[in-house]
Each structure stands twice: as C-alpha cells, then as structure tokens.
Design a protein around this ligand. Structure first.
Ligand SMILES: NC(=O)c1ccc[n+]([C@@H]2O[C@H](COP(=O)([O-])OP(=O)(O)OC[C@H]3O[C@@H](n4cnc5c(N)ncnc54)[C@H](OP(=O)(O)O)[C@@H]3O)[C@@H](O)[C@H]2O)c1
Length: 226
C-alpha cells in the first residue's frame, strides 16, 4: 500500500513540529509548510505564508509533484493577539482572520481535488477552546477568529462528506508551546503537551470514513466546555 501524504502548516516549531514528528513515526510522508523553511529529514519542506493568497496553491503543486497525492492537510499555523475586540484595531482583526481563518480556507480549497480523489481525504484544523467559548475580554479577538475557524471546519465537513473527505476540529486549552508561554505564568508542565495533541491528530487521521470525529475539545483544567 502506498504511503499516505500529509501537508502540515506551521511545521517548524510548537504543535506543528510535534504533529510532524508523530505522523512521520506513523509512516506518513510529510509535506511541511513553513514561513522560513528549514530542512527536516526526508520531508518536503516548502515555503508557506498563510497571509499570501498564492502560497497554498504553490505548495500543493510542489507536494503533488513530489508525492503524486495528498491524503490529508493539517491546518495548524495560527496567531494570537491578546486584545479585546474593543482595544483591537481593524488591522489586527484582519491579521487574525487572515492567518487563522483564511489560511486554512485557502489551503483546503487548493488541496481539495486531491483530498477528494483520495476517497478518504482528511482535514484537521487546530482550532482552540477559544473557538468554543470566550474565556476573557483579552482573548476576545482571538476567539472571534477561532469561532470562524471552527465554523470553517464544520463547513468543510459538510462540503466533503460525499467525496469521503472528513474534517475534524481539535480544540485544546493551553498547550505548552511558545504561544502559551507568552500568554500565561502557568507552569507548562500543567498544560497539555504538544506531543499529546499530536497523538490525537494521528488517531483522527487513522479512523475510517464511518468513524469521523467532528470536534475534539481537550482540557488541561476543569471547565464547562467538554
Ligand atoms: N499553544 C496553545 O496554548 C494553543 C491552544 C489552542 C490552540 N492553539 C493553536 O494551535 C496552533 C499552533 O500553535 P502553537 O501553540 O504551536 O503556536 P506557536 O508555537 O506560536 O507556533 C505558531 C506556528 O504558526 C506559524 N505561523 C504564524 N503565522 C504564520 C503565517 N502568517 N503563515 C504561516 N505560518 C504562520 C508559526 O511560524 P513562525 O515560526 O514563522 O512564526 C509557527 O510555526 C495555532 O493555530 C494556535 O492558535 C494553541
């Protein structure tokens, strides 16, 4: 059986890097999107800038040229601007929507014919619990973009169902990466670890069309969102 091919955005560090390591260990061929590409073993490493409209299509083309197929995409790249919707200006709203919503939308559309051709195409979007509830005023701007990303994940799920494309939103709380370390004094050891989210992504990608999981909320502290 041919090896499956996955494209992962923001694969140079944090969650994206952990997901790449997990999927490589599970036998996937990797196509890694990075703003500043650095070599990563046998993987194809390609420039990917979420805010650049032509970037996703160029990367999809390079992936198909190298591997001949695309079985899955993992929309991981994201930014957090810790501002309320009142304090944020229009450029900041555009910035979070560009990276957290339009980036995944552009990549899904560019990869779509290949995901559909696979018959078991997969889309995983790293959303956040902030896509399910607004935790504080300061996370409001980010939440707006992540609610939109969650909507996109569900909309893709509907759009792809007949073609066998399954879309899943992963919704973690704090994960011990640069992003969370920049936001809280919380001990990283008490946060969800990137490798654990990567294991969840690996499981979701392995499930058959008849066992699709639409959303995976992940808690490192007790709260109402389950
Ligand atoms: N950490 C958490 O607590 C947490 C919780 C829930 C959800 N998430 C989500 O998980 C995902 C990964 O976050 P992380 O924790 O790994 O964050 P991170 O350590 O800050 O890494 C963010 C990644 O996104 C990339 N990126 C940022 N802007 C980009 C752009 N314009 N184009 C392409 N790539 C871009 C970064 O690339 P550079 O290295 O070039 O900057 C980096 O690879 C994000 O969607 C985030 O919102 C994180």
């Amino acid at each position: 059986m041919s090896r499956r091919v996955v494209m992962i955005t923001g694969a140079n560090r944090g969650l994206g890097k952990a997901i790449a390591e997990e999927l490589a260990a599970k036998g996937w061929d990797l196509s890694l999107g990075m703003r500043r590409p650095v070599p990563a073993g046998a993987a194809l490493v390609h420039p990917f800038e979420a805010t650049e409209p032509a970037s996703a299509a160029a990367w999809v083309n390079a992936t198909v040229e190298r591997f001949g197929r695309i079985d899955a995409i993992v929309n991981n790249a994201g930014i957090m601007i810790p501002k309320s919707v009142v304090d944020a200006d229009e450029a900041e709203l555009d910035a979070v929507l560009d990276v957290n919503l339009k980036g995944p939308w552009r990549l899904a559309r560019a990869a779509w014919p290949h995901l559909a051709a696979a018959g078991e195409g997969r889309i995983v979007t790293i959303v956040s619990l902030s896509g399910k509830r607004v935790k504080a005023a300061r996370s409001g701007l980010y939440s707006v973009s992540k609610f939109a990303a969650l909507g996109l994940a569900h909309a893709l799920r509907h759009a792809g169902w007949e073609a066998g494309v399954r879309s899943t939103a992963i919704c973690p709380g704090f994960v011990a990466t640069d992003m969370a370390r920049g936001l809280t004094e919380k001990d990283p050891a008490t946060m969800t670890q990137a490798a654990d989210i990567a294991r969840i992504v690996g499981l979701v990608l392995d499930l058959p069309n008849t066992a699709s999981i639409a959303e995976v909320p992940v808690n490192c502290t007790i709260e109402d969102v389950i």
